[in-house]
Design a protein around this ligand. Structure first.
Ligand SMILES: *Cc1c(COP(=O)(O)O)cnc(C)c1O
Length: 228
């Protein structure tokens, strides 16, 4: 697949600039970081951004991601799995990714834990269905403590925090996510509990204002996607 490298670089720099500004305006001592969501985009685009210093990339589709990892094998990329997790896919996710943002069931935690044996702990985020939408994945907010307990029993998983995909209708989802994060921080006092994955191309500044530590940006960097 051919792409316009100059446009990619310009987009990336504009997103970095917006993120810097958002971090500055929000007075963040620990600035929110950028996860470049490269689903449906070729390995060559990832390599081009790597050259500019981008290290964290997010992928939704396992087979596609494994293909790109093969192409980019010698680059020290930090790979984040942000797609829904099918039971029969956990082994490859556990073996090939550094982070999983979409953990929502204890059975999946158990499988990832077993299949991660022998590797450094897998960083995991609990995906919360913060707007209680029928169509969205994620566990319910009230189920988070039980899932935390299940994950804490897994030596090969390192629980880092929460991930949300809010509904588009301008809810206060970011505020409720931060409140839930803070509540769990106070209750469990986990040193590794340091991450909130929220904010995408359209709302990253607002997400940073409300406490996101990692924004997941696809379209604003890579352009629109032909399939999703
Ligand atoms: C595709 C995707 C993104 C990126 O969305 P954009 O609107 O293209 O920035 C972020 N998070 C998840 C979970 C995604 O699937």
């Amino acid at each position: 697949m051919d792409f316009d490298k100059n446009l990619l670089i310009a987009n990336y720099q504009a997103v970095k600039q917006q993120l810097d500004t958002a971090n500055h305006v929000a007075n963040r001592t620990q600035p929110a970081s950028l996860l470049a969501v490269s689903k449906t985009k070729p390995a060559a685009m990832i390599a081009a951004l790597f050259e500019l210093g981008q290290r964290d990339f997010g992928e939704n589709y396992l087979q596609e991601a494994l293909g790109k990892m093969g192409e980019l094998g010698d680059l020290p990329i930090v790979w984040h799995y942000i797609g829904s997790i099918q039971r029969n896919k956990t082994k490859d996710i556990a073996k090939h990714f550094d982070w999983v943002h979409t953990l929502e069931r204890d059975i999946i935690a158990k499988r990832l834990n077993e299949q991660r044996a022998g590797l450094p702990p897998l960083n995991v985020l609990i995906q919360v269905n913060i707007d209680d939408e029928d169509s969205k994945s994620g566990c319910q907010p009230q189920d988070v403590p039980a899932l935390i307990d299940a994950i804490l029993a897994c030596d090969n998983l390192r629980l880092r925090g929460l991930m949300v995909i809010p509904s588009k209708d301008g809810s206060d989802a970011f505020v409720r996510t931060k409140a839930l994060f803070d509540e769990m921080a106070a209750r469990y006092q986990l040193p590794s509990w340091d991450s909130i994955s929220m904010g995408m191309s359209g709302d990253m500044a607002a997400a940073v204002t409300h406490g996101s530590t990692m924004v997941r940006v696809g379209t604003a960097i890579f352009g629109s996607r032909n399939y999703d």
